[in-house]
Design a protein around this ligand. Structure first.
Ligand code: BDR
Ligand code: CA
Length: 310
């Protein structure tokens, strides 16, 4: 089993990704969840993470992280995730926060683990950058980072930048420059990792409580302007977990990734050196370039339905 900590900003697709992780505990040993301001404020995303854990009757620890980006103003994605961050869905409010400092939680948990730990950041990279700068000794015990963020081509928040990297480019630069092993699930693959309108309609009709909840929040997600003509929605964050279990579904190459920290139109762009004639070795980030869309969809749905049977 792989030890993981998920750093997230739930977030509709974050919730689905957390459900995917919870459905795959035969593969993942989930040591904790840390939250970061991104899709919504830190209070709202932390409430959502805690609410989801009570909803799932899960005892996974939740630690609250950074209230905002290192330098930039925070700008929640209300248009995509709604006022409360999860498309107005109301989760129960019974679970207690384990720690109000994600950075020390990450340090303590990583250092206490016998085996190395894989971090799965699916929000802005603020907590991870702070961790690397505050406690660099953890780096030897990090197996790798499986990041949802960036893109080789294009963006979603601007023409050239993906939201998580755009939100805190300085943090992303610290992380991408850290020399830690990185898998980057950028928009190039996450735009093909998701569900069709019809899948969401079926989830909405489901008798199971997890699948129905996913149907409801994804129904809201379908109202966002990021969906392809209303027929397909990406579930970006699930990709960073799925590629750890099913690497065979992906095509990838190692290459340098440089984060644009300017104030220009390129803010948050991840400039990837895609020149195929240069052989970049494994010390460079592994950038996912393509995914088997149909298998990805099947696996995602199967996991969600399985969670209701667990
Ligand atoms: C990323 O931005 C957020 O809105 C999603 O949760 C995902 O992590 C996609 O660009
Ligand atoms: Ca996210």
């Amino acid at each position: 089993k792989r030890n993981i900590i998920i750093d997230c900003d739930p977030g509709i697709d974050d919730v689905v990704a957390l459900c995917f992780a919870a459905a795959n505990t035969d593969k993942f040993n989930i040591l904790g969840i840390t939250t970061v301001a991104g899709n919504q404020t830190i209070d709202k995303v932390t409430d959502n993470a805690l609410g989801l854990m009570s909803f799932l009757n899960s005892d996974i620890k939740v630690a609250r992280g950074a209230k905002g980006p290192l330098i930039r103003e925070k700008r929640p994605a209300i248009n995509v995730h709604g006022e409360n961050g999860v498309g107005d869905y109301q989760f129960p409010k019974s679970k207690e926060l384990y720690s109000n400092n994600a950075v020390t939680f990450l340090r303590d948990t990583i250092m206490a683990s016998e085996e190395k730990v894989t971090l799965v950041p699916v929000g802005p990279l603020t907590n991870i950058a702070l961790l690397i700068k505050t406690f660099p000794e953890v780096m030897d015990k990090i197996e790798m980072l499986s990041i949802m963020g960036g893109a080789v081509w294009g963006g979603n928040t601007s023409g050239t930048a993906e939201f998580n990297v755009w939100a805190d480019p300085e943090a992303a630069r610290i992380v991408f420059d850290s020399k830690l092993p990185i898998i980057m699930s950028g928009l190039d693959v996450t735009h093909s990792c998701g569900l069709f309108r019809e899948d969401v309609n079926n989830l909405l009709k489901s008798e199971g409580k997890v699948t129905r909840m996913c149907g409801e929040i994804l129904n809201f997600y379908f109202k966002g302007d990021h969906v392809k003509k209303g027929t397909f929605t990406p579930i970006h964050d699930a990709c960073a977990l799925m590629c750890l279990i099913y690497p065979e579904l992906y095509k990838s190459r190692h290459m340098p990734v440089q984060v644009d920290c300017s104030e220009s139109l390129n803010r948050g762009n991840t400039a990837c050196d895609v020149r195929e004639w240069i052989d970049y070795d494994e010390t460079y980030p592994e950038v996912l370039l393509d995914v088997d869309m149909e298998k990805c969809r099947e696996i995602l749905l199967e996991s969600l339905y399985n969670l209701d049977k667990m």
